[in-house]
Design a protein around this ligand. Structure first.
Ligand SMILES: *Cc1c(COP(=O)(O)O)cnc(C)c1O
Length: 333
């Protein structure tokens, strides 16, 4: 059976570092969307709330309902508003805004340059007029940065755009909360003066910024483990797994461990195998529920640093942890 171990110490270390940046832990909104980036939404909600975090961000009502009792407010990025008092809803287009007639807390998402979703800056006044006219409950105004994790002037450009947005909103007489920072922005910025920062990946221990920015040391929270299910002594030349891709170069002890792509471990290319945390290459193909490794340890750590796995598979740490299935058992260590 595969197990995900969640390190409470590492999580609290990361939160301490982030709180130094935001000035206070009350300014950290824990982004727990997509099953807390694969870490397990319920476990992570409890841990961050025990630490003293009161704000969360999720993708839909279903996720919010699982963790509702832990937080003062939960921002829901993509679902139909309900009037649950501790939920607020991102609204990012004029049509949805026009059609909405309820009393839910809404947070207007403004597009300051990412061009993915959010109302355009040219539509801001129109949006604010609709909000005023329909007496909507404007709880927040926010934006999202497209390249906070890159060395360029684009970050500064979006920050400047958002400053304009804030001024316009205030001119209308609204005083919602404002937020724009994600992990990369918090890690790179010299100062922080917004109401909350929406922190995802940094919470889980990863810093996707280029080295130049790298000053804060974060620690990965998650590790993936598998138990031994069987062991055999292979003779030189015998082959392992589907397709018999791996051929034993010598007589060797090989064991099967219960983790596979069914758990969310990438299958990848077996000619370029992933190595476990102890540098054991996976032998042959990854199966749906099993892999083979040399040796006979009872339990092995498949990885304890998703960044390394991400480098191996040419992707980002987000994708590696988010791929881990909800069905994998999670425990706090
Ligand atoms: C996912 C998300 C975040 C968190 O981003 P990280 O890079 O993981 O910190 C913040 N804001 C919004 C709107 C998001 O969708």
């Amino acid at each position: 059976m595969a197990t995900i171990k969640i390190s409470k110490n590492n999580l609290y270390h990361n939160l301490n570092q982030l709180a130094l940046k935001t000035g206070d832990k009350s300014k950290i909104a824990a982004v727990l969307k997509d099953n807390a980036y694969g870490h397990g939404i319920e476990i992570m909600a409890k841990l961050v709330s025990d630490y003293g975090i009161t704000e969360a961000v999720v993708i839909n009502n279903n996720e919010a309902d699982k963790i509702s009792h832990h937080f003062q407010n939960i921002l829901i990025l993509n679902d139909t508003p309900t009037e649950q008092p501790n939920y607020s809803y991102a609204i990012g287009d004029l049509q949805t805004l026009k059609n909405y007639r309820g009393n839910a807390k809404i947070e207007l998402k403004v597009d300051t340059g990412m061009h993915r979703n959010g109302i355009e800056m040219e539509q801001l006044i129109q949006a604010l007029e609709i909000i005023k006219q329909n007496k909507l409950n404007l709880y927040g105004v926010f934006t999202h940065f497209r390249s906070a994790d890159e060395l360029s002037s684009e970050f500064a450009w979006q920050v400047k755009n958002f400053t304009e947005v804030k001024q316009t909103v205030r001119t209308f007489g609204f005083c919602p909360r404002f937020h724009s920072f994600n992990s990369a922005s918090v890690l790179r910025a010299k100062e922080f003066n917004e109401d909350i920062a929406r922190v995802g990946i940094a919470l889980y221990g990863y810093n996707e910024l280029p080295q130049t920015f790298d000053e804060i040391k974060l620690k990965p929270v998650l590790s993936l483990w598998a138990k031994r299910t069987s062991t055999r002594a292979l003779k030189k030349g015998q082959r392992v797994g589907y397709g018999g891709i791996y051929r034993a170069p010598k007589d060797m002890i090989v064991s099967t461990y219960s983790v596979g792509y069914g758990d969310g471990l990438f299958r990848g290319n077996s000619n370029k195998p992933l190595q476990t945390a102890q540098n054991l290459p996976i032998l042959g193909r990854v199966s749906m529920d099993f892999i083979s490794l040399e040796g006979d340890s009872e339990e092995v750590c498949i990885f304890n640093d998703a960044q390394k796995v991400a480098n191996h598979f040419n992707t980002i740490s987000y994708e590696i942890t988010t791929a881990l299935k909800e069905s994998v058992k999670r425990i706090i260590v």
